[in-house]
Ligand binder design. Sequence first.
Ligand code: ZN
Length: 211
Amino acid sequence: MKLLGLATEVILGSLRDAVHVGPELDNIEVELHHVVLAEDLFEVVREDHLLDLPVLGQISETALTSDAEIALREDGLPNTFVPGRNLLFFLLAAALATRREARHLVGGMCETDYSGYPDCRDATLKALQATLNLGMASEFVLHTPLMWSDKAESWRMAERLGGAALVALVREQTHSCYLGVHNVLHAWGHGCGDCPACALRKKGWEAFAGD
Ligand SMILES: [Zn+2]
């Protein structure tokens, strides 16, 4: 099992709430930037299916796809920004879901405290859902259970859904860090402590821990 990212783990836990529990659960797929099916957290698991996307490195020279130093661009977006990447992820997830006869696609996009990616916005993903359904003659439902949660609320959601065990798992086994630092454990989890993703995660943890 590979675990990456606060949002990923929390939305796995929240699937029970986001999608009605019942026989149709066999019909759920989880496809994310970091695709994870956490078998011991969530019993609705089918065979894992990871997609490699090296093509992103051909499109954009960014800190996510190369050794480039992370920095903020003039428009305020970090240079990790791969334009429209969430559109691409959902498009590929939808294609895969069609093959696997699934219709629920779940993503950890969030409009509340994010780094300014326009493809994280609720309106973008609603439009994408309509586009996918037209383009594939399908009935996909795009779930974004964290859309209106800030990072503090994501930690609270983890606690609500899985108690201290899930909070500890998220803290100790995931990271949000743009630099991928996973060998330095802070109160808020692993990370470099300096990049924007670490800053958001730390701020959210401190608000959560201070409750
Ligand atoms: Zn970091």
